[in-house]
Design a protein around this ligand. Structure first.
Ligand code: SF4
Ligand code: SF4
Length: 240
């Protein structure tokens, strides 16, 4: 019997205790750059997406544009880097609250609207034993007709405009839309073109955004907890 089977039998399945306890395991997040006081404009020049912006007292960060290329992480002008994963920004567009019962019974339909594969790889992990989405009463559903939340990844290719609209229209009210990853927020590395809408918000209304490229599983779970009011949203840009 392989050693890993013996280890699994001995240890059992280890699900993160976050958010009840801090999650410090290695590899659960790539982290992200943070705004820095006193940093020269040279640091911002290394950023290919203008996520780093020189301002009066240092360098600001727009998380919605950071594609995690890591260029700003090393070298003489390295930005400070945090190991957090609670990245969700935004909030509900409608004044209609989700009913309180949704807090422990939320159904999510996810749609690949032209993602590179990275975001979809991460979203598949939220069901896996280390993250165990079901412990929150949150479930992935096969049909938008049963969904309270539409989780969309990718910049929305032309071929996916209509399916995304149809999925949104098929959902019962009240409903929420979460744009997952920078491509879904603003087109990311694909941008807007003859082949890409340049973000989910160009096609259907968006409530919450998860910066990252891709956002790790815990960042996606944080977004779903924010939708149910069980986690606070964060700012999507930071000033020094
Ligand atoms: S990691 Fe993000 S902020 Fe840093 S250079 Fe790359 S895109 Fe810009
Ligand atoms: S945000 Fe990054 S990982 Fe997600 S679809 Fe876009 S390029 Fe891929």
């Amino acid at each position: 019997m392989a050693n890993w089977v013996l280890r699994s039998l001995a240890r059992g399945i280890r699900t993160t205790r976050w958010p009840r306890a801090e999650e410090t395991s290695l590899g659960v997040t790539p982290g992200r750059p943070r705004a820095a006081t006193g940093m020269s404009a040279e640091a911002a020049e290394r950023c290919p997406t203008a996520a780093l912006m020189p301002v009066e007292h240092g360098v600001a960060v727009g998380f919605e544009r950071c594609v995690h290329c890591q260029r700003c992480r090393h070298g003489a002008t390295a930005m400070p880097w945090s190991g957090d994963f609670e990245w969700t920004g935004g909030g509900p567009r409608e004044s209609v609250d989700l009913p309180a019962r949704f807090r422990r019974s939320l159904h999510v339909r996810y749609v690949d609207a032209g993602a590179c594969g990275g975001c979809m790889g991460e979203v598949r992990l939220i069901d896996a034993p280390p993250y165990n989405l079901h412990r929150f009463g949150i479930f992935i559903t096969a049909s938008p007709r049963d969904a309270d939340v539409l989780l969309v990844g990718g910049p929305v290719t032309e071929a996916m405009r209509t399916p995304v609209r149809k999925a949104y229209a098929a959902m019962p009210d009240p409903k929420r839309v979460v744009a997952m990853g920078v491509c879904a927020i603003n087109g990311g590395v694909f941008g807007a073109s003859f082949a890409s809408a340049g973000g989910v918000g160009e096609v259907i209304p968006v409530d919450y955004v998860i910066p990252g490229c891709p956002p790790p599983p815990l960042a996606i779970i944080h977004a779903l907890l924010a939708v149910t009011g069980r986690a606070a949203t964060q700012v999507t840009a930071e000033q020094p």
